[in-house]
Design a protein around this ligand. Structure first.
Ligand SMILES: NC(=O)C1=CN([C@@H]2O[C@H](COP(=O)(O)OP(=O)(O)OC[C@H]3O[C@@H](n4cnc5c(N)ncnc54)[C@H](O)[C@@H]3O)[C@@H](O)[C@H]2O)C=CC1
Ligand SMILES: O=C(O)CCC(=O)C(=O)O
Length: 419
């Protein structure tokens, strides 16, 4: 079979600029405002030495990008991945701005990344990389400046080390500098599940709009980490049939529904692929399965012009950031596939991070029930606001979500006299 090479520019920074331009044109936004929003206001590139277990010193590189702080301090996760690039981190920080805008949080967007593969680091090395990075960016973060959080291959323990490092530098206990922490040091109940929970709420609302029942709906999920794994659990509790999941090692598929208990056990103790050789499929085939709901929950550019034509799902909920390219968006729209865009679908994570930060600032903590109710309220209202904006502007949900955000950020910039 011939391999078709995409001609699209899949650089995430170019993609987010295109998305901004598309929404700004629909909204009739002044060009100078678009120019301000097409670049991050501040980017810090760092390198720092880390002593490895064998006594050698390795130099790690990382970035922190702060896109726009008109609405409040910047906020967004830190990614540890070998493929991290400056352009990717810039794009991720911009998506964070529009995400916070669409769900109405008093934040701008930030994001960080360290070029490393945590799967090859010992626990001690991972801790030293985490502490080294936060020390390197400590001057530009803070509870009222820029508040990091977890992202790909980072977790609550890493957030704990980072909070501790920052608190030592400031010589003051500063839980509000970072979210996604372990509960015992100021983490929030519900944060671990929040990204998936928010995503599932948007899927529930979208299915209602399409008049389709969730019960027995078939689901394929790419990526079985914080977002994908918990989404599979929550959707299965709602009666959906999870037929396929994948991680960085491969994909498994059972048209009759996977045994999720077994899948989770294998993920924790062995490998998803041990589910059985007869269930293994090519990871790219997972995206093309005939399912009701497809959830890309891994990395950017999972669906591009190369494979969008073969996607058969009815709804795609972008738990990941940037999994669908602009060209793929057009192809999916032509096929009448409803895409719930990342800046809405995965906004549950930053929403509960906001709750965590508020609790840290108050030093008063809410119950999980309270958190989940507040989250549901924001996600349902935001979904409907985006859906209605899509109708008002005759556009897709992504552009509609950007329009809502662009309006908020622009209003804040004008109120502050910037533009
Ligand atoms: N953790 C959070 O709160 C939030 C995460 N996101 C986004 O969700 C996506 C996933 O993040 P997390 O679940 O937090 O990361 P994670 O580190 O918990 O899990 C990532 C998962 O993706 C898998 N993966 C990596 N490369 C893959 C590939 N090529 N094909 C299939 N699977 C692959 C890994 O094996 C792992 O199962 C990212 O795009 C992230 O930016 C978005 C909002 C919030
Ligand atoms: O929880 C947060 O502050 C941000 C999470 C994140 O990185 C994201 O939404 O992409």
């Amino acid at each position: 079979m011939d391999v078709i090479i995409t001609k699209e520019n899949l650089n995430p920074y170019e993609i987010v600029k295109k998305q901004i331009e598309t929404a700004a044109a629909k909204l009739g936004l002044e060009l100078h405002i678009v120019e301000v929003l097409k670049r991050p206001m501040r980017v810090l590139s760092v390198s720092f030495p880390v002593k490895m277990d064998d006594g050698t010193i390795r130099v790690f590189e990382g970035y922190r990008s702060q896109h726009n702080d008109a609405l409040g301090p910047t906020k967004g996760g830190i990614r540890f991945h070998p493929d991290v690039t400056l352009d990717e981190v810039k794009a991720l920080s911009m998506w964070m701005s529009f995400k916070c805008g669409v769900v109405g949080l008093p934040y701008g967007g930030g994001k960080g990344g360290v070029v490393c593969d945590p799967r090859t680091l010992s626990p001690g090395e991972l801790e030293r990389v985490s502490r080294g990075f936060i020390e390197a960016i400590s001057q530009i973060i803070g509870p009222d400046k820029d508040i990091p959080a977890p992202d790909v291959y980072t977790n609550p323990q890493i957030m704990g080390w980072m909070m501790d490092t920052y608190s030592r530098i400031k010589q003051s206990f500063s839980p509000g500098v970072i979210t996604g922490k372990p509960l015992i040091i100021g983490g929030s109940k519900g944060r671990n599940e929040a990204t998936a929970r928010g995503c599932v709420i948007t899927i529930q609302e979208a299915m209602k709009k399409l008049g389709r029942p969730l019960k027995d709906a078939t689901v394929a999920i790419q990526g079985f980490g914080n977002a994908g794994r918990i989404a599979s659990r929550l959707l299965s509790e709602l009666g959906c049939k999870i037929v396929a999941v994948s991680d960085s090692k491969g994909a498994i598929y059972d048209p009759n529904g996977l045994d999720l208990g077994k899948v989770e056990y294998l993920k924790d103790h062995r490998s998803l692929l041990d589910y059985g050789v007869e269930y293994q499929i090519d990871p790219s085939a997972l995206l093309e399965l005939k399912v009701d709901i497809l959830i890309p929950a891994a990395l950017e550019n999972a669906i591009t012009s190369n494979n969008a034509g073969r996607v058969q799902a009815k709804i795609i909920a972008e738990a990941a950031n940037g999994p669908i390219s602009p060209e793929a968006d057009r192809i999916l729209a032509d096929k009448n596939i409803l895409v719930i865009p990342d800046i809405l679908a995965n906004a549950g994570g930053v929403t509960v991070s906001y709750f965590e930060w508020v609790q840290n600032l108050m030093n008063y903590y809410w119950s999980e029930k309270e958190i989940n109710m507040k989250l549901a309220d924001i996600m349902v209202n935001s979904f409907h606001a985006v859906y209605e904006a899509a109708q008002e502007y005759s556009t897709d949900l992504r552009t509609a979500a950007y329009i809502i955000s662009l309006k908020r950020i622009t209003e804040a910039m004008k109120a502050r006299g910037w533009v």
